[in-house]
Design a protein around this ligand. Structure first.
Ligand SMILES: NC(=O)c1ccc[n+]([C@@H]2O[C@H](COP(=O)([O-])OP(=O)(O)OC[C@H]3O[C@@H](n4cnc5c(N)ncnc54)[C@H](OP(=O)(O)O)[C@@H]3O)[C@@H](O)[C@H]2O)c1
Length: 375
């Protein structure tokens, strides 16, 4: 994962096999404005861009480097009414969880096996503790067993590896998740490599990612957030085959696997990243946009081809004096403007976010079914 901002909001750990009917239709607080250092960013300002669509971002950096809350305006200047269909990730995630509940119960009745998910948490980060608690609750809600090991901040890498090894050998555990980020003295790569590929429900093992990238190979697990994005497209009945897709962002956990997944679905895929020279131009060609950047309101209406479908993965806190918390969450895409151009869009919050845990539960169920050859 990239910066600490992502670590706070991007709990990316965490697929569903059942594909049904198209779906018809944290804790961060800037210590206060006065304490915030200000810097100005200009994004997407090209000489050919109409002045009304130029983006000026005023960024109030939080005094805590891990808790940035930004003040970013994204004002819709286009005249027309919003028309895009809202892709309701919350409702789809609930539907998936209901399906999983039914499958867990069917499996228990038929062969007496209950899927199990083990979570290893190292250290005392409150955000990580919250994520782990949410995962435990989600497991409970669908009838999956959860196991948790909470280790102190100064735990050695060897000790963490020992716990992974115990879970690797435990037949009642079908999925293992190591909550990220890990303390600095622990090598994330060696920890993720140690999780058995058969229990890698986060899909971060290099062999699972490698298989995802190769034609004719099947990964055992697909990373939860990108899988959730594709699931939303499927459940809403959007065609992917033959479409032009642009993925903005190329992280190991979201952007890169999302691009690989779209390609596996026969889209023609371009990837935009921080060194891309003409992001608007490339993005404007897309029938499908998946944005996973972490920059509030970066994708403006002028970046979007009329009728495009937009999946906004970004979760960005921006200052909001009207909110009791002092902030609200927005995506990478200027929602208001996008609604006037796109045919469909995920909201933030309530779009991709709820899908991630649903996909984790689904991966755990799939793992248990695979081990017990249960159809
Ligand atoms: N909804 C969910 O469940 C969920 C899950 C995971 C993440 N997220 C959110 O998704 C966002 C991305 O997360 P991440 O972990 O993938 O972040 P990350 O590791 O920081 O990666 C960000 C990516 O965006 C690219 N980027 C940065 N600035 C850019 C710019 N101005 N133009 C074009 N590309 C730019 C970076 O390019 P380079 O590679 O060139 O640096 C990088 O590839 C965050 O807001 C995070 O909170 C949400």
């Amino acid at each position: 994962m990239g910066g600490s901002r992502s670590m706070i909001f991007a709990d990316c750990s965490s697929s569903t096999t059942a594909r049904l009917i198209p779906f018809g239709r944290s804790r961060l607080l800037c210590g206060g404005g006065a304490l915030c250092a200000r810097r100005r960013l200009h994004v997407g300002v090209g000489p050919s861009l109409p002045a009304s669509l130029r983006t000026t971002l005023t960024v109030h950096s939080s005094p805590s480097p891990s808790l940035p809350v930004m003040n970013v305006s994204c004002s819709a200047t286009m005249a027309s009414e919003a028309s895009a269909k809202v892709i309701d990730g919350k409702a789809v995630a609930k539907q998936i969880r209901d399906e999983i509940t039914g499958e867990v119960s069917r499996m228990k009745d038929a062969i007496g096996v209950v899927p199990g998910l083990a979570v290893i948490l190292v250290g005392d980060r409150k955000d990580s503790a919250t994520y782990v608690r949410n995962k435990k609750k989600a497991c409970q809600s669908v009838g999956i067993n959860s196991f948790e090991v909470h280790l102190p901040e100064d735990t050695s890498e060897q000790e963490v590896l020992k716990h992974i090894s115990v879970f690797n050998d435990d037949p009642s555990v079908h999925g293992i998740l190591v909550q990220l980020p890990l303390p600095c003295h622990i090598d994330e790569q060696s920890i993720l490599n140690a999780v058995s590929m058969e229990k890698d429900v986060d899909g971060f093992h290099p062999l699972n990612i490698g298989r995802l990238a190769m034609r004719g190979r099947e990964p055992l697990f697909i990373p939860c957030t990108p899988k959730g994005c594709i699931e939303l497209l499927h459940r809403y009945g959007f065609d992917i085959k033959g479409k032009r897709a642009v993925v903005i962002g190329r992280s190991n956990i979201v952007g890169m696997p999302a691009a690989l997944l779209l390609q596996r679905e026969d889209a023609t895929v371009s990837i935009v990243h921080s060194r891309t020279k003409n992001p608007e131009e490339i993005t404007r060609q897309a029938d499908i946009i998946i944005s996973a950047v972490g920059q509030p309101n970066m994708v403006r209406g002028s970046w979007i081809k009329p009728g495009a479908v937009i999946i906004d993965v970004g979760i960005n806190p921006v200052e909001d004096a009207k909110s009791p918390r002092g902030y609200r969450l927005v995506g990478d895409v200027c929602y208001k403007e996008a609604c006037e151009v796109a045919s469909a869009i995920t909201p933030v919050p309530g779009g991709v976010g709820p899908m991630t845990i649903a996909m984790l539960l689904s991966n755990t169920l799939t793992s248990a079914k695979r081990v017990h050859n249960f159809q």
